[in-house]
Design a protein around this ligand. Structure first.
Ligand SMILES: [Zn+2]
Ligand SMILES: [Zn+2]
Length: 260
């Protein structure tokens, strides 16, 4: 499944795909060097204590470089010809960069999204080195080992027995292991299993939900195509199905359905 095939089948996702492409093209034109790989030995004790990498005082990243790059991205988007729902907010953000007054931003959701577009690029080598270093058995927590965010989606990997559930972070793109059955939001475990809603016409994608807290997790239960099928925005229709059933989105999202 490629992104283009997916969009042909889900044409209502085209506007969000267009915004993504415009922002990615803007980010491609912005220079941001890569974060240095941390000294894992210094971080190990914090890791075992459950402190995510970006929140550990043993690791120093140069976020000022990221901030400069985000400002360059905002300037480049503000001067590009963007569709109107995006153009005015980008110009507002640009105007805010020029003022020294540090009020809260007018478009915090957009700023957060643009910030993570740049951060993902800055952190990519660290996320992959962390994947290689990390002992998944020593984490198994319900928040991202890299940035501390709750999961955005899940994926079932491998064959029974020994099938694993991986959680994925929509912000920094880390994937980490979690228990196969428990609820990652209220952490109900043991005999408690999540219920499953199959989504008609979407082989491999389903909604797992918890009776105890009404939280749900979009879950990909198939092989291949992960980058398309594990992207939060490509499955926004599952969020609508879940919301229609009275379930609550407790997962993290950069795409808030209720945002105006
Ligand atoms: Zn993360
Ligand atoms: Zn729960």
């Amino acid at each position: 499944m490629t992104r283009d095939v997916w969009l042909t089948r889900h044409p209502y996702l085209q506007p969000v795909a267009d915004v993504q492409s415009l922002v990615a093209a803007g980010a491609d034109g912005v220079a941001v060097h890569s974060a240095p790989i941390p000294e894992w030995d210094h971080y190990a004790a914090d890791f075992h204590a459950g402190i995510p990498l970006l929140r550990s005082s043993t690791v120093a990243f140069d976020f000022s470089a990221v901030e400069t790059a985000v400002q360059s991205l905002i300037r480049s988007l503000a001067s590009a010809s963007l569709p109107e729902p995006l153009a005015a907010p980008c110009r507002d953000l640009e105007a805010e960069i020029e003022t020294t007054d540090s009020r809260s931003p007018a478009h915090p959701g957009l700023l957060h999204y643009l910030g993570w577009v740049v951060l993902v690029r800055y952190l990519a080598p660290v996320v992959s080195a962390f994947d290689a270093w990390r002992d998944e058995e020593r984490w198994l927590r319900n928040y991202c080992p890299t940035c501390g965010e709750p999961p955005t989606m899940a994926q079932l990997v491998g064959k029974d027995p020994g099938r694993l559930r991986m959680l994925s972070c929509g912000r920094c793109r880390t994937r980490w292991r979690y228990s196969r059955t428990g609820c990652p939001f209220c952490e109900a475990q043991g005999a408690h299993r999540l219920a499953v809603v199959a989504v008609e016409g979407e082989a491999g994608l389903r909604i797992d939900y918890c009776d105890a807290c009404s939280g749900y997790l979009k879950t990909y239960d198939g092989e291949g195509s992960e980058s398309v099928l594990l992207a939060d925005w490509t499955s926004l229709h599952l969020d609508m199905i879940a919301r229609d059933r009275g379930l609550k989105r407790l997962a993290a999202s950069l795409y808030d359905l209720d945002a105006s």
